[in-house]
Design a protein around this ligand. Structure first.
Ligand code: NAD
Length: 259
């Protein structure tokens, strides 16, 4: 039986989201990616279709509930009910807590946590996921959603929130046949990872190369994970064989965290 479904991937124009879009499209799903920058989305879509995996694009800021409503409506109109939702959009953000601004706190929580609630609620209410066999919701959290990360209180708080949300809503949806899980990457080489190294280099008054060495030393595998390694677990969670995995938070981190 074909399990081909319509997948919506938020923040699909870059890093982990683009890798997830590539894998899901290659597996035969119809994929819609969304992000805030239409040019970046078009570039990613062109690159993926050049590799024989076409994706549709929609512009939306997922931290804005009005835009989320429009996004899900347009996605369903274009490609039918959503059977797979990957809440991937996110941003880094932190610093010394005494110096954090209200704006940064709200921006990080809005982008990483509120967005997961808004998009999930809309897909459940009007996205048609309840009418599709093997509905799946996968939230890209972080190992920072299970342990505190130094100088990253807003980020850690937001990702702990995503893990808690997933565990609660996963239980709620199980009886409807919709599985919901969080995938928790450790360090993954993406544009965000580079911004994170820049921020620590500034805070510690050192170089990005030194920060990279310090981070790699903490990872038992000795290296960052790749975006495709994260996408590979996401793809697995969409398969029929993964049906009994729900309300979990699974790490892809080279052994960085074992909790
Ligand atoms: P990235 O910066 O390469 O990609 C993030 C994507 O999200 C971009 O496409 C960006 O445009 C989009 N985005 C950000 N804010 C948005 C908004 N308000 N509305 C719509 N789109 C928005 O980063 P990445 O490393 O690929 O991160 C993807 C996810 O993985 C994030 O949730 C991040 O927290 C998580 N993560 C990353 C790492 C890592 O080391 N890279 C580790 C753990 C978790």
């Amino acid at each position: 039986m074909s399990l081909s479904r319509h997948a919506l991937v938020t923040g699909g124009s870059s890093g982990i989201g683009a890798a997830v879009a590539r894998r899901l499209a290659a597996a035969g799903h119809t994929v819609t990616i969304c992000g805030r920058d239409p040019e970046k989305l078009d570039r990613t879509a062109a690159e993926l279709s050049g590799h024989g995996v076409p994706v549709a694009v929609l512009t939306a800021d997922v931290s804005d509930p009005q835009q989320v409503r429009g996004l899900v409506g347009r996605a369903v109109e274009a490609n039918g009910p959503i059977g797979i939702l990957v809440n991937n959009a996110g941003r880094n953000g932190g610093g010394r807590t005494a110096e954090l601004t209200d704006e940064l706190w709200r921006e990080v929580l809005g982008t990483n946590l509120d967005s997961v609630f808004y998009v999930t609620r809309e897909v459940l209410a009007r996205g048609g996921i309840d009418k599709v066999d093997h509905g799946r919701i996968i939230n890209i959290a972080s190992t920072a959603g299970k342990q505190g990360v130094l100088l990253a209180a807003p980020y850690s708080a937001s990702k702990h929130g995503v893990v808690g949300f997933t565990k609660a809503v996963g239980k709620e949806l199980a009886s409807q046949g919709i599985a919901m899980n969080a995938v928790c990457p450790g360090y993954v080489e993406t544009p965000m990872a580079s911004r994170v190294r820049q921020a620590y280099a500034q805070a510690w008054e050192t170089t990005e190369a030194e920060v990279l060495t310090a981070f790699e030393a903490k990872i038992p595998l000795g290296r960052y994970s790749t975006a495709d390694e994260v996408a590979s677990l996401v793809e697995y969670l969409t398969t029929e064989g993964a049906a009994s995995i729900t309300a979990q938070a699974l790490n892809v981190c080279g052994g960085l965290g074992n909790f």
